[in-house]
Design a binder for this molecule. Sequence first.
Ligand code: ISE
Length: 340
Amino acid sequence: MAKHLGVGIIGVGMLGRRHAENLAHRIGCTRLVAVADAVPETARAVAEALDVPRWYTTAAELAADPDVEAVVIASADPAHGEGIIAAATHKKDVFCEKPITTTLEEADRALAAVAEAGVRLQIGFMRRYDPAYVAAKRHIDEGRIGTPILFKAIHRNRTSGPMSATAKAATAPNDQAFVNSAIHDYNDARWLLGDEVAEVQAVMARQSDPDPGAEPVDLALSTLRFVRGGLGHVEGISAAHYAYDVRTEIVGTKGALFIGRPRGTDCVLATEDGLASDAVGHWLDRYGETYLIELDDWARRTLAGEPPAVTGADGRAALEIAIAATRSYHEGRTISLPLA
Ligand code: ISE
């Protein structure tokens, strides 16, 4: 394979565009050779802006391009499965944003296509590359907090605006809280506790804002019981307004780990009016550097023929928890895993 990996990207909306910029300009071992987007003007505009030779409107056309050696998928959630299958059909390695797909049936079809083609699939759970999460994982692996027994996550989006617009078009809005958002936390839970989830219970509520034109706020809570007996709690808020606030705690038998904070920088302004500091506005800011580290590592692994850092099986396992949470919310009962 060439020293510079020829990458094609499917879906160049908000996050896809960021990935495209990183692949074109910031990652030393990649060349961005094609972009695709279901919206032709978006595909053309991004191709022109980044000087990419070809643009398409479908995953199949992009995957068939002979200059595309590997594919990045950042399209709307329900289009991920189609993208993975198109890439596998053309024997291209894949990096696919979370969730792997939005149904387990489609995840299984995608994983079968990947296995049959003998290509590699990495899932975009970027927190696994975030320095704070990586440090926490290292402390756990070194036994610093003893046995991890409790996982707690706060996951509050600042606004639900453009962040979920594409996903909203094809996924039931209520299900998104689990399948699009909390899925990050379910993935963290498995990874950090080194355990599998045996049971899920979830509730959701929609709160209207009396201000005219204000969007309703979705609150989603899920509790997890792990196979080895540990517990987890995941809180999601679609529009918390004050910040993009993602925090995770892991309590162990000998200590605890606290990850994240809503403060943007470490600068606190203190005056006679009190204390003030800026807040993290958006996940593209909170994880900007992390997305770069993640794709750089994926490209390096792909060129070296190394296995992916976050596998398709990891993607399916997190999706299964999210689907179980959705089912628990709709049916008002505890759901056991694995799902039948
Ligand atoms: C969004 O799709 C993301 O992946 C963000 O990382 C997450 O924080 C947000 O909740 C999701 O909707």
